[in-house]
Design a protein around this ligand. Structure first.
Ligand code: FO1
Length: 328
């Protein structure tokens, strides 16, 4: 079975681990979000691609869900000693090597897709990991200048766009987001293999990744959403919102920015029945099933907490079963 998964960072990577356990013989292609990418210290950092690669390759820092296990921070400390920031983004020594190799290869002219393939040759994640595009896309968040501490603060009026990582990591999404803009998305082309993987797939899955800044950013690349709609295969998603709150991260902050309520049903309707055929919600949101089905999207309630690989495998199995129901 050929499965395509549109994945962001931590939620997407953890879901993939369960999916691989549920259907070990499946051919899985991951279309990875690159809107979280940030250039730091002259290096290109790809948080969501690296989280998938490290998680499935066995190098992830398990509790954090990002960065490497057994990490040290000598380089970060030396940079701080030189007064070279930002200090708020924790890049470890082992992780730096990934960004050095990536930046070196891109400087030599290799596209991000070829670089990702080369990095995955070491990590062997067991899936094909394709960047959503080889073009530069960086998500920015529009906030009030009054909410920016330090010298950058404006005159208290107006708004300013900050890089997604600054909003997410330095500010902990603690201030309202008025808009989320994947800068560059509208000029971006789907990466090599992306449209083909969708066209050749038997099912497309939206894991419990952030529906705005992860899955939403991938869908913002012109051609991707259309390819999924035209593929004529079941598209099934799993809600990242359980009991009106994100399971992890701060998805509710960016959902508000795009005017979507932080509920399992609202996220399904945000994707829309033109795209989504099936939607899994947690048992605590069982009362949302009717609302989602009324929107033309098949819906099932079951435990959606990815507490371990077995629990996640059950979720993945349920998603594939719903896809078969929809196909019938
Ligand atoms: N997230 C944090 O909350 N704090 C960090 O210091 C941090 C550093 C970091 C370094 C490399 C990397 O690949 C990811 C990192 N992340 C950090 C996570 C990152 O912000 C998120 O994984 C995604 O961008 C959101 O899904």
């Amino acid at each position: 079975m050929r499965i395509v998964v549109l994945a962001g960072g931590i939620g997407g990577a953890r879901f993939l681990r369960g999916l691989m356990s549920a259907v070990p013989d499946a051919d899985i292609t991951v279309i990875g979000n690159t809107g979280d990418d940030i250039h730091l210290f002259g290096l290109k950092v790809c948080p969501d691609l690296d989280t998938v690669m490290y998680t499935l390759g066995g190098g992830i820092h398990e509790e954090q869900g990002w960065g490497r296990a057994e990490e040290t921070f000598a380089v970060k400390e030396e940079l701080a000693a030189y007064g070279v920031g930002p200090e708020w983004f924790g890049l470890g020594d082992r992780d730096f090597a990934t960004h050095i190799v990536r930046t070196q290869m891109m400087s030599a002219g290799y596209p991000l897709s070829a670089v990702t393939e080369a990095l995955c040759a070491r990590w062997q994640p067991g899936v094909r990991l394709l960047p959503m595009t080889d073009d530069r896309v960086e998500t920015h968040v529009l906030i009030d200048t009054a909410d920016i501490s330090g010298s950058a603060a404006g005159d208290g009026e107006g708004r300013k766009a900050v890089h997604f990582q600054e909003y997410w990591v330095r500010m902990r999404a603690s201030v309202p987001a008025h808009a989320v803009v994947p800068v560059g998305a509208d000029q971006a082309k789907p990466g090599p293999g992306v449209l083909e993987a969708i066209a050749d797939s038997d099912v497309v899955l939206f894991p419990p990744s952030n529906p705005v800044v992860s899955v939403g950013t991938i869908l913002a690349v012109p051609g991707v959403r259309e390819a999924i709609a035209e593929a004529g295969v079941p598209v099934v998603g799993l809600s990242p919102i359980v009991g009106d709150a994100p399971v992890r991260g701060m998805a509710d902050k960016v959902l508000a920015a795009v005017g979507v309520e932080s509920t399992a049903a609202a996220v399904a309707k945000h994707y829309g029945s033109g795209l989504l055929d099936g939607w899994l919600v947690d048992e605590v949101d069982a009362d949302a099933v009717d609302e989602v089905e009324a929107a033309g999207i098949r819906c099932r309630a079951l435990p959606l907490m990815m507490t371990d690989t077995e629990a996640t495998a059950r979720m993945a199995t349920a998603a594939l079963a719903l896809a078969e129901e929809v196909r019938a």
